[in-house]
Design a protein around this ligand. Structure first.
Ligand SMILES: [Zn+2]
Length: 231
């Protein structure tokens, strides 16, 4: 794993002494990794991430993991609304509609293993930008292989039972971490869009039994804020 250093001035302290307990994965949506690196290190752009991974698998380290990088913006995961203070941000060089290369994915897996071990981050807290900002963000997008990460224990994948009991889609999704944007006119569509982008990129049309089953399974197995056990 080749890690190069390119310090970005775009960072600050994590607020309230927070430690990172999640990872947010992005794509750059730019023409080249070099252009993305320039932007992520440009003080006028006021954006950054902890790491950028090029298509060839080279990793650029921009912000120290102890510090708060500026990659997440408005959004929410579970009860976390200042996602930058609680996360490590990883950018993947990709124009947005391209497949992710094998060397890039291998580098990401190696990087994730280290980050997750250093900060004791569980697989369920490795998410996409689109998961914490439904409708506003769509990265890392439908071509990102979440199932591959899950197989390596670096993220999660649902095991839905479409014949399961009736469930409350939005309540289940919220229990697993997904929330609609504030003041959203159609929260069901917002959350459905995010969940499908992550787990069913080919699906279209209205909310169906499979979507409900996915949310129910995630809520049951990966509750984002586990309820205290009662005696
Ligand atoms: Zn992003």
């Amino acid at each position: 794993m080749t890690v190069m250093s390119c310090p970005s001035p775009n960072h600050g302290p994590r607020r309230d002494g927070a430690r990172p307990d999640m990872v947010v994965i992005h794509y750059t949506a730019m023409d080249s990794a070099a252009a993305a690196l320039d932007r992520l290190c440009d003080p006028e752009a006021e954006v950054s991430a902890h790491y950028l991974i090029c298509e060839q698998g080279r990793i650029w380290h921009m912000v120290n993991e102890e510090m708060r990088a500026w990659h997440a913006g408005a959004g929410r995961w579970g009860d976390v609304t200042d996602v930058n203070s609680r996360s490590i941000g990883i950018e993947l060089a990709n124009r947005g509609d391209h497949p992710f290369s094998a060397p890039q994915m291998t580098a990401l897996e190696g990087l994730l293993r280290g980050v997750m071990a250093r900060w004791a981050i569980p697989p369920a807290r490795v998410i996409g930008h689109s998961d914490m900002a439904p409708l506003r963000k769509s990265d890392p997008g439908p071509r990102f292989d979440w199932r591959r990460l899950a197989r390596c224990g670096l993220s999660i994948w649902p095991d839905p039972d479409p014949a399961g009991p009736p469930s409350d889609f939005l309540a289940d999704a919220a229990r697993a971490g997904w929330h609609p944007p504030a003041d959203c006119a159609d929260p069901e569509t917002a959350v459905l869009t995010a969940l499908r982008l992550r787990f069913r990129p080919q699906a279209s049309g209205a909310l169906d039994m499979m979507d409900r089953a996915i949310a129910a399974d995630l809520a049951a197995r990966f509750p984002v804020d586990p309820m205290p056990r009662t005696a």
